[in-house]
Design a protein around this ligand. Sequence first.
Ligand SMILES: [Zn+2]
Ligand SMILES: [Zn+2]
Length: 306
Amino acid sequence: MKCTVCRGPAVIKTRHHNGKFCRPHFFEHIERQVRRVIERYEMLEPGERVLLGVSGGKDSMAAWDLLTRLGYDVRAVHIDAEFGPVSRRAVAHLRDFAAQRALPLRIYRYPELLGADFDAARRQSRKPVCSLCGTLKRYYLNQLALRLGCDVVATGHNLDDETAFLLGNVLHWQLGFLGRQGPVLPAEEGMVRKVKPLVRLTDDDTRRYVAARGIAVVSEPCPHARGATSRAYKRHLSRLEKEYPGSRSDFYFRFIEHVRAHLPDDPASAEVGVRHCRVCGYKTLREDRCYVCALRESVAAAEAAG
Ligand SMILES: [Zn+2]
Ligand SMILES: [Zn+2]
């Protein structure tokens, strides 16, 4: 097997772009994918402060490494839900990586954000664990970006994540979600810009990338394992990709470039109108306070009642 760039011995074969690479050319290839998608969708400007949400998994670690290499001013933030040994291992990997490279890293736990730990929040919430965890992370990454003076929030979502999400939304014609899906969500009142710079990379790409760079990551799934449906969508899409190479990337990028703009407005938000939380300013469809502010109040009330 020869490197498609230099004809030297190749050590990595990527299914997605059908390339074979020696180690240096694999790194170059991955960096180019990220640089190109950042430029194409105008995700980041030089000099902007980027808050990157890091979990200790392969995707966010790859994003941390790559954005730093590309010269961006990255402030890594980890929200530790304290889910036992896996969470402790994630924190250890993150601290090691930050220390080795002298990179800024802030770690927050729910007691300081929400006034109580995740379990207390979970007892007051009707959402499934994964959905609650995701809602809280999205909320706090946005609020922390505002508090820390960051211009944009970046996350490690990759092509597999995004196409699984897209497929789910297409199968059920979730117009509200479809209209808001994309590699960039522009800033709005109370909300900073959100970007996904790894959206051209696949699960395989980021797994191989962190391995080849020797970056330690947490590879076991969260103990509250994410919805079986999204894993099933990923599995079906990889099968399609194997049979029809390039279909995953066409499915996603053609949707973004040619379809999304023609979608009608989200029927739910058109009906009630978009509001802003009276407590924190976060965008919400709810009457008075956003979901997290209401949750924080019921957690406090439950704690006070003992
Ligand atoms: Zn090469
Ligand atoms: Zn709020």
